[in-house]
Design a protein around this ligand. Structure first.
Ligand SMILES: [Ca+2]
Ligand SMILES: [Ca+2]
Ligand SMILES: [Ca+2]
Length: 334
């Protein structure tokens, strides 16, 4: 009897852990676990766009579920520009602003400008809670700097996501080098302890590709109600292989790709069954001479002109193509 109860408890615990592990605890690292992206990148504003950053700033949103009542922290890995990870142009001379915003004006569903999608938009809407400018500081090289603590209610409440929204703005204030960095939203100032049910998203994703042939980077836009087609845009892809769009209904549609220091755009149709789920944008590098240190920018808009958010932890999970069995054409599935 006792043994049975133990087994039951074990199975039940595993079930609960499985749910939490699979559904909830993965949205804290930015870039996220499933994205397989090493770093975000923001250049100093005296930089050249041909190095892969079109506008020298990046805006990321963090969501904290309403039922999470503890304080939390936003940690930045390698906020400096110098030493390891960063991209030098001449000498390192770049200074980067990191600011955390809360309060009214942050929620991008209410304040369109907050998305920072187009130059000239005031992406600093909301209340600046804390900020710091980082130069070439050895003590933050290859290390975390921690912002916070923050009270969840200092965010901008979103009834749509049942969450408080915070925003981090990263701006290359001076210099011309590339600052590479990552985020982690944590319950602890010294360690990366996830906020259960938290997530992060952006509308214009500027990131660094892998310096190898094998690794595939992914970003996961969420397709909301009413989307019929999307306009994807990418910048400075350097013609580096293929960008494929995968979902339960798309086996791998090739997106139009940009080359050196230019934008390319193209339309992708949306199946009604894709509404309310995520797409998987896959970045496959060319299998010829290695394109090194490739930075790229990606944005999406619906046919209505609304930008689609890319979530660090894909809403509904990573989409996997399901081949149709009953079609007459031969499917190339393995
Ligand atoms: Ca560094
Ligand atoms: Ca850095
Ligand atoms: Ca590039």
């Amino acid at each position: 009897m006792k043994l049975n109860k133990t087994i039951y408890t074990l199975i039940f615990s595993a079930f609960i852990l499985g749910i939490n592990g699979g559904m909830k605890l993965t949205g804290q690292a930015v870039p996220g676990k499933d994205e397989n992206i090493t770093f975000l990148v923001t250049f100093g504003k005296q930089g050249e766009t041909s190095w892969g950053d079109d506008d020298f700033y990046q805006v990321f949103f963090f969501s904290i579920p309403r039922d999470f009542k503890e304080q939390f922290y936003i940690r930045v890995f390698d906020p400096d520009t110098g030493g390891e990870h960063d991209e030098i142009q001449g000498e390192f001379n770049t200074r980067t602003f990191f600011g955390v915003y809360g309060g009214k004006g942050v929620n991008p569903d209410v304040n369109e400008d907050s998305k920072g999608l187009y130059n000239g938009m005031n992406y600093k809407g909301g209340t600046l809670l804390t900020s710091r400018v980082f130069g070439g500081e050895a003590r933050f090289d290859n290390r975390y700097f921690t912002f916070g603590p923050f009270n969840p209610t200092a965010g901008d409440y979103s009834s749509k996501w049942n969450s408080y929204i915070f925003k981090v703005v990263v701006e290359g204030v001076t210099g011309d080098d590339g600052n590479l960095y990552r985020f982690f939203m944590s319950r602890d100032p010294e360690n990366n302890l996830p906020v259960e049910g938290g997530n992060a998203f952006t509308y214009e994703y500027t990131f660094r590709m892998w310096n190898d042939f094998k690794s595939v980077a992914h970003i996961y836009p969420f397709v909301d109600t009413g989307v019929i087609w999307i306009r994807q845009r990418n910048f400075d892809w350097d013609g580096d292989g293929n960008i494929l769009v995968v979902s339960r209904y798309k086996q791998g549609i090739e997106a139009a790709i940009s080359n050196e220091n230019d934008w390319m755009e193209g339309r992708i149709s949306i199946d009604p069954d894709e509404i309310g789920s995520s797409l998987d944008f896959q970045f496959h590098k060319a299998q010829r001479e290695l394109v090194k240190n490739n930075n790229v920018v990606v944005t999406l808009e619906s046919q209505r002109g609304d930008a689609l958010p890319f979530f660090s932890s894909p809403i509904g999970g990573v989409p996997v193509y399901i081949p149709k069995i009953s079609v007459t054409k031969t499917n190339k599935t393995k």
